[in-house]
Design a binder for this molecule. Structure first.
Ligand SMILES: Cc1cc2nc3c(=O)[nH]c(=O)nc-3n(C[C@H](O)[C@H](O)[C@H](O)COP(=O)(O)OP(=O)(O)OC[C@H]3O[C@@H](n4cnc5c(N)ncnc54)[C@H](O)[C@@H]3O)c2cc1C
Length: 148
């Protein structure tokens, strides 16, 4: 059985982006499918609300390693960001200033979007499941879904 080289990740929320960072570190190619027009579309809906966990629990280590290559300064670990601050100081730089930027496809809904789907299901890495493989088509038509 051949090893999958492209890993599809459903949703460019905090978990999906962190998963993509880990996939890159493993030498595979992530493609993050985000239903919304921008990354972390769900977090944008509650940007005014303060998180209940401080920065130190909101920043993934692989994501931080990617951000470190851009001169990013990690926020104060003990402070509690709002959703908007999580976007501004972490998720948006991660998605736009690191190599991850080339691996995110917006307005791509995988299957049926469900607002209450579990974190595990939404962040699922499809590359390890059955024979599903999603490859990026660079011809201008966006994403091509392929079954082998
Ligand atoms: C007010 C509030 C405060 C919170 N505070 C905390 C906190 O302090 N600490 C904490 O750990 N958690 C907190 N949470 C929970 C928080 O939402 C999650 O920890 C975090 O956002 C989960 O990230 P995620 O990427 O799994 O999901 P989400 O943030 O929900 O992101 C999922 C992404 O997937 C996209 N998507 C969904 N379905 C599809 C599809 N079919 N195809 C393509 N894209 C799709 C969505 O548009 C979205 O961008 C809070 C939640 C709320 C509402």
């Amino acid at each position: 059985m051949s090893e999958a080289r492209t890993v599809a990740i459903v949703g460019a929320g905090p978990v999906g982006l962190a998963a993509a960072a880990h996939v890159l570190e493993r030498g595979l190619t992530p493609i993050v499918l985000e239903a919304g027009p921008d990354v972390a579309d769900a977090v944008r809906q509650w940007g005014h609300v303060q998180l209940f966990s401080p920065w130190e629990y909101n920043i993934d280590r692989a994501a931080a390693r990617l951000l470190a290559t851009t001169g990013w300064n990690s926020p104060e670990p003990g402070q509690y960001p709002t959703g908007a601050e999580l976007l501004e100081h972490y998720l948006e730089p991660l998605a736009s200033k690191t190599v991850l930027a080339a691996h995110i496809a917006g307005r791509r809904t995988f299957g049926h979007r469900h607002p209450h789907r579990s974190r595990k299901a939404r962040g699922a890495i499809a590359g390890n499941q059955a024979d599903l493989d999603i490859a990026r088509q660079r011809s201008g038509q966006g994403i091509r879904r392929r079954r082998e």
